[in-house]
Design a protein around this ligand. Structure first.
Ligand SMILES: C[S@@+](CC[C@H](N)C(=O)[O-])C[C@H]1O[C@@H](n2cnc3c(N)ncnc32)[C@H](O)[C@@H]1O
Length: 245
């Protein structure tokens, strides 16, 4: 398994996450890993990971998402390596057990749970020693800039000061994070942060027609910008890789 082989999975939207995951899997060597994907939904990450030989347990409260996951896993020929469990972040330990996973994914889920600190405690507890957490969350800074650039200056001001980074009642997002707060939450549960990347630094800013016709150029640019402040800091999402020691 090479970092490149996973780095090529998916579009420019997810290239940075796959690149970080690819490096983590390469670091682990050739063995089959036990992976838990909390809020894994329809299997956008679980299926490609299972295709590379790993076993993935997806824990998600949505029966519809899990049904779609089941169909995708069958179509990809990896149903035997994916376990779909209806549950949520608060019941995680009952479902998968403590210290049972080499890699835990928490992608786009910390925004919607009741208590992000409690959820992170559960995600950390599921990791084996030296196991890694891959966390992906919405970034407040991107919402502030997006509302301002769209001419919604009062919304931008609200998103800047709201405790959850929301710009108003019509905001479809339940919560966004600042990088500092995110890193504090992760270290508070005893994990060591090894990487912080910006996901979709420019992908949501360029016109759709440019994104569609960019070939590999957008993906290459996203990868180049993802670890570099100040570009990283305005990305639509923030990705953290953290390790249990
Ligand atoms: C935006 S989707 C993200 C799906 C997937 N992780 C991805 O990145 O493509 C959020 C998922 O979180 C699930 N979810 C909502 N509340 C949850 C909770 N308390 N615990 C675990 N998953 C939850 C939803 O059912 C949904 O599948």
């Amino acid at each position: 398994m090479s970092a490149e082989s996973l780095g090529s999975v998916g579009s420019a939207r997810t290239a940075v996450v796959w690149s970080v995951l690819g490096a983590e899997l390469a670091r682990r060597g050739a063995g089959q890993l036990d992976i838990v994907d909390v809020g894994g939904g329809t299997g956008g990450f679980a299926v490609p990971l299972a295709e590379r030989g790993h076993t993935v347990t997806v824990v998600d409260p949505s029966p519809d998402a899990l049904a779609t996951l089941g169909r995708r896993a069958l179509a990809a020929g990896v149903a035997a390596r994916i376990r779909a469990v209806q549950g949520d972040s608060d019941t995680l330990l009952d479902v998968v057990g403590a210290a049972s996973a080499d890699l835990v994914l928490g992608h786009s889920v910390l925004e919607v749970v009741e208590d992000p600190a409690r959820t992170l405690t559960g995600l950390a507890a599921v990791l084996r020693p030296t196991g890694a957490l891959s966390l992906l969350v919405a970034n407040r800074a991107a919402a502030v800039l997006a509302r301002a650039l769209g001419g919604h200056l009062a919304d931008a001001q609200r998103a800047l000061h709201d405790p959850d980074g929301r710009w108003g009642d019509a905001d479809g997002a339940a919560r966004r994070f600042d990088a500092d707060r995110l890193l504090d939450l992760v270290t508070a549960v005893g994990l060591r942060v090894e990487g912080l990347h910006g996901v979709r630094v420019v992908g949501d800013l360029v016109p759709g027609s440019v994104a569609d016709s960019s070939g590999d150029a957008l993906r290459t640019l996203e990868l180049a910008l993802s670890a570099m402040p100040p570009y990283r800091d305005i990305a639509s999402q923030l990705h953290v890789l953290a390790r249990r020691m």
